[in-house]
Ligand binder design. Structure first.
Ligand code: ADP
Ligand code: MG
Length: 285
């Protein structure tokens, strides 16, 4: 990986509560984080500067106008592309390879491997024994309704099913940090709800840290402890709202009258940027 995600910030936490440092050191800490693609007149300032702390066990959702740099942030956080400026510090409890798993919009699964092979590979690549990899994979294939498709190749599956393979492959690792970029966008509404509930219980049971990009404000509110609203490109943080719903979250929350109220609050921050983007597109036509 290019940007080393293993860098540890060793300063003690700033909270003066006698808490162990590990409880206060953020899992993800971005300072002045920026990404530009290309150079000279062709340069695209895609994102930042972004300052953001995400703590252990937090579920943070990111929303923002399309093209504002959300995927870029996730790719930099995953260490897939290096930042142009600023720092990104990730801290992990474990020194194993099960630290980060990612799910992207375009699946990123191997077309030459079967469904089962794709899910097992995630573990085998991290040094898990063949027997254990098989057992853990079968568990997640069942959970995601893929048990009957273990021997199928991705090209024979629908987009929604391929996306489920990508999700299974990330979850099977049980990563300390789960980075998900619009993972449910390609799924139909029912499956989307099932996987939202699944992800909620996974987060609640395992206390994992999740960064989740979505274009759905409802989804962000339903899942997140915080919702980050990004501005138009270059995306910076426009708003950072704490979602006041307690955990464990119940699926009935979808019917809560609080949901549209919070949605309206977030939309108020987002609307200006979305409108500006539409006006700009109009002007370019
Ligand atoms: P979002 O995920 O919020 O829709 P992206 O992070 O994908 O936005 O993209 C942000 C901006 O950076 C867009 O203008 C996009 O065209 C540009 N961009 C993304 N990746 C690259 C790349 N590899 N090279 C050049 N420009 C890029
Ligand atoms: Mg994107």
């Amino acid at each position: 990986m290019s940007a080393s995600p293993a860098e540890q910030r060793l300063e003690p936490g700033t909270d003066a509560g006698g808490e162990p440092a590990s409880a206060t050191v953020p899992k993800v800490s971005a300072r002045g984080l920026e990404k530009r693609f290309g150079s000279g007149p062709r340069e695209v300032h895609a994102m930042g500067p972004v300052d953001l702390d995400i703590h252990e066990g937090e579920f943070v959702c990111i929303v923002g106008p399309s093209g504002c740099g959300k995927s870029t942030f996730v790719k930099v956080a995953a260490g897939l592309i290096p930042p142009t400026a600023g720092t990104l510090t990730l801290s992990f409890r474990d020194d194993t390879d099960a630290r980060i798993a990612t799910v992207f919009q375009d699946y990123g699964i191997f077309p030459w491997k079967t469904v089962r092979g794709n899910v097992q590979f995630a573990l085998r690549a991290r040094g898990v024994s063949r027997a254990e990899a098989r057992e853990r994979s079968e568990h997640w294939l069942r959970k995601l309704g893929l048990a009957q498709f273990g021997d199928a190749y991705p090209h024979t599956l629908s987009g929604g099913m391929r996306q489920r393979v990508a999700i299974a492959r990330a979850l099977v690792v049980d990563p300390e940090l789960l980075l998900m970029d619009e993972p449910f966008a390609a799924l139909d509404a029912q499956l989307r709800e099932i996987l939202q509930d699944e992800l909620l219980s996974l987060h609640q049971d395992r206390g994992r840290t999740v960064v989740f990009v979505t274009h759905s404000l409802e989804e962000a509110i339903l899942l997140g402890d915080r919702v980050i609203v990004m501005s138009n490109r270059p995306g910076t943080i426009r708003d950072d709202q704490v979602v006041p719903f307690p955990r464990p979250r119940d699926p009935s929350l979808r019917e809560s009258p609080e949901l549209p109220r919070l949605r309206a609050k977030l939309w108020a921050h987002l609307r200006r940027d979305v409108n500006a983007q539409m006006e700009q597109a109009e002007g370019e036509r």
